[in-house]
Ligand binder design. Structure first.
Ligand SMILES: Cc1ncc(COP(=O)(O)O)c(C=O)c1O
Length: 476
């Protein structure tokens, strides 16, 4: 085939005919990426994009070098999680190894749908996932899958829970009494999305009240289950959260598991964020009870610093995926020992996220990740101490991870103006102190949220933040 219209760099010639031109552009982009990453601390944590108009799709091809300028603008105006003042969300700066992994994965362009389409990586993923499941103590039959985000991980877990507990994989829900998932009022919204997708509707999630620390109240859970049963509903799963999205609190896993067992419910733990604690011998006790889970959501894209997307769903018994979910893809070769992962996943064609996860774990090791988790906790203690010293700053909950959610309560203002003060403080911190805190709504009020993930953020960055807040609190 010959395509005179195409630029010579449209593809990398598999026989190296255009190697010099490709090398040129790869090196230029490598330099641009290096400049971008090594100067991240000098750019704003959350730049305000000024470019709002982008060129339309051109009629004719162009030179690849011409793409560099717009590419650099996009890079410069993008969210900058590597900045030590970027504290607003659970989005970390990425490990070096995961950047390399994504780059190599893009070049390989394999497909996690089947073993023949990713012969190495479809073997690596189940081995690594079985090892991850052991880190959570899930036992010999355990394993898991990588999926594109925690939302899909929760969907996959609840789909299996529904099929196993209601036996409806074949016949669907038509003859089922109203099935119900229970989760705390602080659970991530992806649980509600899953209920919608699974045909339960939003009413298919019973929201369990939480205590002052945003943790599910086991008594209230039991009361809701009994009331649902009395109404003829069929509770089939309970979701505990280990690391709530706004405050990073952990539901009482041991007690929730006991109730799940008593009522024959699937026990899912959404540890999308908090699962990373399992790497820290010092802090993993906080997850006690997670080893009893039927399934766990855990996102290495968060506190394991792996480039997005990288999320996992782990199962106590992988055989259940075969018996209650698997749909064969007849257009794929069957391998005797290895599973075509697309047959047991909610996703078909899938990016090989396993490569960057495996490379990051190989590079940093368990000890490296333990140090990162422990370092985050140490910095959190410093921030909490700052807050405790100030009566006009109040904590939303007792932090259990590296999330600190607080709000200013300026004594000179009426309480109904405190939301406005906090919203203004967020903007002022961003503009005047190069600190990005997010502004979640919790219990009807606006709060300031800091996620102390970045290993380049130090106690030295926190002190000026509190000096600023003190100034503004005095001004009222
Ligand atoms: C506890 C929890 N579960 C699930 C999710 C959803 O993950 P994702 O955004 O990767 O779909 C999040 C996202 O922040 C989360 O905090």
């Amino acid at each position: 085939m010959s395509f005179p219209v195409l630029p010579t760099t449209a593809f990398v010639d598999p026989f190296g005919q255009n190697r010099a031109a490709i090398e040129d552009i790869f090196q230029t982009v490598t330099q641009a990426i290096l400049n971008h990453l090594t100067q991240a601390g000098k750019r704003a944590p959350l730049p305000q994009p000024v470019t709002t108009a982008y060129p339309a799709i051109p009629e004719q091809p162009g030179a690849i070098a011409d793409l560099l300028a717009p590419l650099q603008t996009i890079m410069a105006e993008s969210m900058n999680p590597a900045h030590p003042g970027y504290l607003g969300h659970m989005d970390p700066l990425p490990t070096t190894a995961s950047i390399l992994g994504d780059w190599v994965a893009a070049a390989l362009n394999n497909n996690m749908l089947s073993v023949e389409m990713s012969p190495v990586l479809s073997r690596l993923e189940p081995l690594l996932m079985a090892e991850m499941a052991q880190i959570f103590g899930l036992g010999d039959r355990a394993g898991g899958l990588l999926v594109s985000g925690g939302t899909l991980a929760n969907l996959q877990a609840l789909t299996l829970a529904r099929n196993v507990k209601l036996g409806c994989g074949q016949s669907g829900l038509a003859r089922q009494p109203s099935p119900l998932i229970l989760a705390s009022e602080m659970a991530h919204s992806s649980i509600q999305k899953a209920a919608m997708i699974l045909g339960l509707g939003l009413e298919g999630v019973g929201l369990v009240p939480t205590n002052a620390n945003a943790q599910m109240q086991p008594d209230a859970l039991e009361t809701l289950i009994r009331a649902a049963l009395a109404e003829g509903k069929r509770p089939f799963a309970v979701v505990a959260t280990a690391g709530t999205t706004v405050t990073g609190n952990i539901d009482p896993l041991v007690e929730i598991h006991r109730i799940a067992q008593a009522y024959d419910l699937w026990f899912h733990v959404d540890a999308a964020y908090g699962g990373a604690i399992a790497f820290s011998p010092t802090h993993r006790h906080r997850l006690a009870g997670i080893e009893q889970a039927d399934s766990i959501t855990f996102n290495p894209q968060k506190w394991l610093y792996v480039t997005k997307t990288c999320a996992s769903v782990l199962f106590r018994d992988m055989a259940l995926l075969d018996s209650h979910f698997r749909i064969a893809a007849p257009y794929m070769n069957a391998e005797p020992r290895w599973t075509n992962l697309g047959e047991i996943s909610v996703q078909g064609t899938r990016h090989p996220d396993v490569l960057k996860l495996w490379l990051s774990l190989q590079h940093l090791g368990k000890a490296g990740y333990a140090a990162l988790v422990d370092g985050s906790y140490a910095l959190t203690a410093v921030m909490v101490e700052h807050l405790r010293q100030r009566s006009d700053l109040s904590l939303a909950t007792e932090p259990e991870m590296n999330l600190v959610c607080f709000r200013g309560c300026p004594p000179h203002l009426a309480p109904d103006r405190w939301d406005g003060w906090n919203a203004q403080a967020q903007q002022r911190l961003l503009k005047q102190a190069q600190v990005f805190l997010s502004l979640p709504r919790l219990r009807g009020h606006l709060w300031l949220k800091a996620v102390l993930l970045n290993p380049f953020t130090t106690a030295g960055h926190l002190a000026p933040l509190f000096d600023q807040l003190d100034d503004w609190l005095r001004q009222g």
